[in-house]
Design a binder for this molecule. Structure first.
Ligand SMILES: C[S@@+](CC[C@H](N)C(=O)[O-])C[C@H]1O[C@@H](n2cnc3c(N)ncnc32)[C@H](O)[C@@H]1O
Length: 243
């Protein structure tokens, strides 16, 4: 099922108010880790799966990428991406990650930030990304962490005083669709185990370069003291793999 939640007006308005939508990558907690996983992008052809507002596409052009294609299911997200973009080297295409088929060895780098947990068939994504990368090409992506996606509630367990008691993890091995709550709306996401993420990548032929579970920086904890709870469980899983 391809759910195009980001074209739902209420959801889009709420997403537009998030700090990462207003400020950009500097307000995205996982960005320093994501950036550190990227190879040198100069003169590279890049594909961004689920590009949203196109922050990563523009970053790639700032790093002197040769060309960038950003694809996304949501017309509203792409309208915003186009409005924010001045670089002529970026092309935005409205289509689903599930429908992406490019010729062999088209891209040097494929990236995806927080979009692949919306896709049911990760194995197929791995095979197609592997196919369209040049030999030695790199795939870097972030998803919501399986500890975060295991339960549809995606929320803390609160004690009687309303304090965050613990993060519940259950049905971890029951992979598949989760009807979650995000930005006051029901949103469909797909839960996979860490083992599945790695096995699907390895089965497609990739070599694993690095796996990261970013935590808030000391500065972020100072600026946003409530982030201390983000030290209690991972929320993001980042991987860099090579063809
Ligand atoms: C959380 S946003 C992340 C946007 C951007 N990558 C970023 O990090 O700023 C998720 C994006 O994935 C897109 N998306 C979700 N499911 C998709 C699918 N099946 N195919 C293409 N894009 C999808 C949404 O429309 C949305 O723009």
């Amino acid at each position: 099922m391809k759910e195009n939640k980001y074209d739902d007006l209420n959801f889009f308005v709420n997403y537009s108010a998030m700090p990462r939508s207003v400020v950009g990558l500097e307000a995205a907690g996982e960005w320093p880790t994501f950036r550190a996983l990227l190879p040198n992008l100069a003169n590279k052809s890049i594909l961004d799966l689920g590009c949203g507002y196109g922050w990563h596409c523009r970053y790639a052009m700032e790093q002197k990428a040769k060309q960038v294609i950003g694809i996304d299911l949501s017309k509203k997200m792409l309208e915003k991406a186009k409005a924010l973009t001045e670089h002529s080297g970026i092309r935005y295409e409205c289509r689903a990650i599930e429908d992406v088929v490019y010729d062999e060895a088209t891209f040097d780098v494929v990236i995806s930030s927080l979009a692949l947990h919306y896709v049911q068939d990760f194995q197929q994504v791995c095979q197609r990304v592997y196919h369209c990368l040049v030999p030695g090409g790199v795939f870097v992506f972030s998803v919501e962490h399986p500890i975060f996606t295991a339960m549809a509630s995606q929320d803390w367990f609160y004690d009687e005083q309303g304090h965050r008691s613990h993060w519940p993890v259950d049905h971890y091995f029951s992979e598949g669709l989760r009807k979650t709550q995000f930005l006051q709306e029901e949103v469909v996401k797909y839960h996979r185990t860490v083992e599945s993420y790695l096995s699907n990548l390895l089965d497609a032929g990739f070599a694993i370069n690095r796996l990261c579970e970013p935590k808030p920086s000391a500065q972020a904890l100072k600026d946003y003291p409530d982030m201390v709870h983000e030290l209690r469980r991972p929320i993001f899983l980042l991987l860099s793999v090579s063809k």
